[in-house]
Write a protein that binds this ligand. Structure first.
Ligand code: GDP
Length: 459
């Protein structure tokens, strides 16, 4: 069966490196690697103990030629990542060596693993649930230590535990309602309705608490989509450079689009701030400014945070005012740059804006940059940013929680009419199902496949 045959893949990233690891998982993994392994003094792997390593060579089964010098480790299921017998071959890094060893493993009978298949096995074997599996990919992709920490907490099952508790409570509520429907007696409906309403309310509150963390969670996971808009020469590139220099910036290319997009992540005390730029636009420098106000509005519409930069050594003109008017109902910060120069800007034109969101700074001297960072944090995070509480970082989880909230609310509504009490049970069941999608207990197989296909190979 495809689900549980023996699979193999390179688990490290391909390229020049000291070592590479080829991971083999499945019930035949030990036997299979054994058939291409020759240990010191001709020792094989037959008697290898779990959680130990053995030194030797991978050999070509047909020609007996040595392919690479390796160290093999063995993890007997269920105490392994996949919960199956797992063998890891540490071989020399580099594309040629790694691929030759992998090829030999495949020839010996393993199948090349699909992206995410090792993690999927861990899920299918019941070692982790879906939200924990999804956390694995978040750990790999984490942009800052804080996002890594919250993903780690999720992988350890923090969200799963909360969801399980809520589902358990819902199940009790459903059972209570159904018992009342099945054995109708005088007045029982009334009591059930009062009790279950209050229980549903407490579940609803918990769901809302989780949902309230979703905004911060999404930012931690994906970064805060930020655009810096302003006229030519106000100092946008200078600010970006100043920020990149003092924060640990991560630059990622996203290939596949006609014009490659570049995302730069600035690490603001653990909050990844994503500044999007396109390579094409960079090359032709001021093209954005040439297109003017319309292009700025387009960029503004796509962002979570708008940083509008003005030059305080110049007077405001109608275009500036138009943009100011356009952003005032969004999350924005207005920067008055070049605070080291004499001011010519008429502050009364900024009265419609919130004063705490207007920051004077100098991209040249660095003065005021700390204030900018604080403003960003207080705009998006209530209280201190931390990963202490369970945090919803995944859009799929958020959608499921929203549906669960609807289910609970509908059930509470239905309970108001005691003659329709059976309807409440249907709504509560919907909520129970929606929560189960987070942990993967009530999810369709093809959706599960889709989730794992987003992983990288070898994980
Ligand atoms: P952009 O077109 O908005 O990206 O602006 P630049 O960052 O290229 O800056 C335009 C000019 O303003 C450059 O000559 C910068 O050196 C200068 N500049 C930027 N920030 C400051 C500042 O805070 N103070 C002063 N005095 N000059 C600045």
């Amino acid at each position: 069966m495809k689900e549980f045959d023996t699979i193999a893949a390179v688990a490290t990233s391909l390229g020049e490196s000291g070592i590479a690891i080829i991971r083999v998982s499945g019930k035949d993994s030990l036997e299979l690697v054994s058939s291409i392994f020759r240990g010191k003094d001709n020792r094989g792997l037959e008697d290898i103990k779990s959680y130990t390593m053995r030194y030797g060579h991978v050999i070509d089964r047909e020609s007996s030629e040595v392919i690479d010098e390796v160290i093999v480790s063995f993890m007997k299921g269920p105490k392994s990542f996949t919960a199956e017998d797992t063998v890891e071959i540490n071989c020399h890094g580099g594309v040629i060596a790694t691929n030759r060893v992998l090829e030999e493993v495949i020839k010996a009978g393993a199948r090349l693993a699909e992206p995410g298949e090792f993690t999927k096995r861990a899920f299918l074997n019941g070692r982790i649930d879906l939200s924990q599996a999804e956390a694995v990919i978040d750990i790999i992709r984490a942009k800052t230590e804080l996002s890594m920490k919250s993903a780690l907490a999720q992988s350890e099952g923090r969200i799963s535990r909360e969801i399980k508790t809520l589902r358990h409570k819902l199940l009790g509520i459903i059972a209570h309602i159904e018992a009342t429907v099945d054995y109708p007696e005088e007045d029982l409906e009334e009591t059930t309705s009062v009790i279950t309403s209050s229980q549903l309310n407490s579940v609803l509150k918990e769901i809302e608490k989780l949902l309230s963390s979703a905004n911060e969670g999404k930012i931690l996971r994906e970064g805060l989509d930020t655009v810096i808009v302003g006229k030519p020469n106000v100092g946008k590139s200078s600010l970006l450079n100043a920020l990149l220099m003092e924060t640990r910036a991560i630059v990622t290319d996203i290939p596949g689009t006609t014009r490659d997009v570049i995302e730069e992540y600035i690490n603001l005390d653990g909050v990844p701030v994503k500044i999007i730029d396109t390579a094409g636009i960079r090359e032709t420098q001021d093209i954005v400014e040439k297109i003017g106000v319309e292009k700025s509005k387009e960029k503004i519409n796509e962002a979570d945070l708008i940083i509008l930069m003005l030059d305080l050594s110049r007077e405001l003109d109608t275009e500036d005012i138009e943009i100011l008017d356009y952003i005032k109902d969004r999350k924005y910060i207005v920067l008055l740059n070049k605070s080291d120069l004499p001011s010519k800007l008429d502050r009364s034109k900024l009265e419609a804006l919130k004063s705490e969101l207007i920051i004077e700074l100098s991209a040249k001297t660095g003065e005021g940059i700390d204030k900018l960072k604080d403003a960003i944090k207080s705009l998006f995070f209530s209280g201190e940013v931390s990963s202490k509480d369970a945090m919803i970082t995944n859009a799929r989880h958020k959608q499921a929680l929203i549906r669960a909230r609807e289910g609970c609310a509908a059930a509470i509504e239905a309970l108001k009419n005691t003659s329709a009490i059976d309807l409440a049970s249907i709504d509560a069941r919907d909520a129970w199902m929606s929560l189960g999608e987070i942990t993967g207990e009530t999810l369709e197989e093809d959706i599960i496949d889709k989730i794992f296909s987003e992983f990288c190979i070898g994980k």
